[in-house]
Design a protein around this ligand. Structure first.
Ligand SMILES: [Zn+2]
Ligand SMILES: [Zn+2]
Ligand SMILES: [Zn+2]
Ligand SMILES: [Zn+2]
Length: 394
């Protein structure tokens, strides 16, 4: 599936009459002969102020990859490409005010690779939990704190294809290790996947039993609050950041509420234009500017990468100049819901700008995590299932 958003539109030279009947999308600048086609386009393109935007021409793109193509690709727009080459950051795709500003920006944007922890048997860091009284917790209005997680899996089963958690690492927003341990496999390991994991039999000999690992992780994530507190929107649970979190949670036999998961493999702006995931290795190289996973996978290195990607996405300011454009509580509505409440004829009377203002994105932007307003979205479908499955226990 190819995106045609960035393909140049071959249009007849606009004469006053033809130009007058062109209907141009305010977000991606696509043009339509008929207004109803623009309305259809708005219903299905989920434009919003949260989409990655070209700093030069202000065009909104579906994801950073399409923005990259717009700036860099073989069909890039020449004027944007030229200005971007002078003062645009190749990592975060922000446009700086000038060449000096770009130099300063790069100092902050280009991060050094973290030192891998290697195969060392780090002491399991005991989770430090600050238990807040429920009063304090409920009245505190602030964004969520994030915890990054990464698991290394070895293989079980006759052909070694069953993923068994053999190592897990949790890191806080300051890249400090909160917890790290080797994990005792539930069933015999048939493939250590040494090339990727670097794990050998001896690493797992005195490893921590899975049940204990689950308890430790749960304590970190739930901040010492009970599952019940979390279910009713109390407490201060953490958002869990990872790459393909489903795999990590599956191999840990744990669940965590969907609305608290931030997955760099599933976040639309970080995906390919056809909504296929990029690898963490690619995302780290492209957005953070350094290499990971050169030899064996280091769980700390992977945790730091996802945390940095998350923080970078969260810190985006999508509201400047857009005040009043998008009410936070409406961000949970998708475009189709908003547009469907209108009659087609009524929609066709709206200007392209008005249509854009109505349009909603089809993902929850991580910039909302840093906003108090997001607390409103908190109570949506609490699917808090903190049950730990013991089905693998003998
Ligand atoms: Zn558009
Ligand atoms: Zn946003
Ligand atoms: Zn542009
Ligand atoms: Zn940058």
């Amino acid at each position: 599936m190819e995106s045609d958003e960035d393909l140049p539109q071959v249009l007849p030279v606009p004469t006053p009459t033809t130009a007058a009947i062109r209907h141009k999308c305010s977000a991606c600048f696509k043009q339509y002969k008929k207004k109803e086609h623009l309305v259809e386009h708005m219903k299905t393109s989920y434009h919003s102020i949260h989409q990655p935007k070209c700093g030069v021409c202000q065009k909104y793109c579906k994801c950073f990859e399409s923005l990259r193509e717009h700036i860099h690709g073989p069909l890039s727009k020449a004027s944007c490409s030229r200005i971007f080459a002078e003062r645009g950051c190749i990592l975060c795709l922000e446009l700086c005010d000038g060449v000096d500003a770009l130099i300063n920006h790069k100092d902050v944007c280009q991060l050094p690779a973290p030192a891998p922890i290697g195969m060392m048997n780090l002491p399991c860091v005991e989770p430090q939990i600050t238990i807040l009284s429920s009063n304090t917790a409920n009245s505190t209005k602030r964004g969520y704190e994030a915890i990054a997680i990464d698991c290394e899996m070895v293989g079980g089963g006759s052909n070694g294809s069953l993923d068994l958690c053999a190592r897990v690492c949790l890191v806080d927003e300051d890249e400090k290790i909160l917890f790290h341990t080797y994990v005792l496999p539930q069933i015999p390991v048939t493939d250590y996947r040494f090339e990727v994991t670097g794990i050998k039999e001896e690493h797992l000999r005195d490893a921590m039993p899975l049940k204990e690992v689950q308890e430790q992780i749960q304590q970190i994530l739930y901040n010492g609050e009970s599952v019940e507190d979390l279910r009713w929107g109390g407490g201060q649970p953490k958002v869990l950041v990872g790459h393909n979190l489903d795999c990590d949670l599956d191999c840990l036999r744990m669940n965590y509420p969907d609305h608290l998961l931030r997955d760099t493999a599933k976040y639309h702006p970080l995906m390919k234009t056809n909504l296929v995931s990029h690898s963490l290795k690619y995302l780290t190289k492209t957005y953070l500017g350094y290499d990971i996973q050169i030899g064996v996978h280091d769980p700390y290195e992977d945790c730091v990468s996802v945390m940095r990607l998350y923080k970078r996405m969260r810190s985006q300011n999508h509201w400047m100049g857009g005040i009043g454009w998008s009410l936070p509580d409406q961000d949970n509505l998708c475009s189709t819901t908003v547009f469907d409440s209108w009659k087609s004829k009524e929609l066709e009377k709206l200007t392209p700008d008005e249509l854009f203002r109505m349009s909603r994105s089809n993902y929850t932007c991580w910039c909302l995590d840093s906003r108090q307003a997001f607390e409103d979205g908190w109570n949506t479908t609490p699917r808090v299932e903190a049950k730990i499955s013991n089905s693998w226990k003998e």
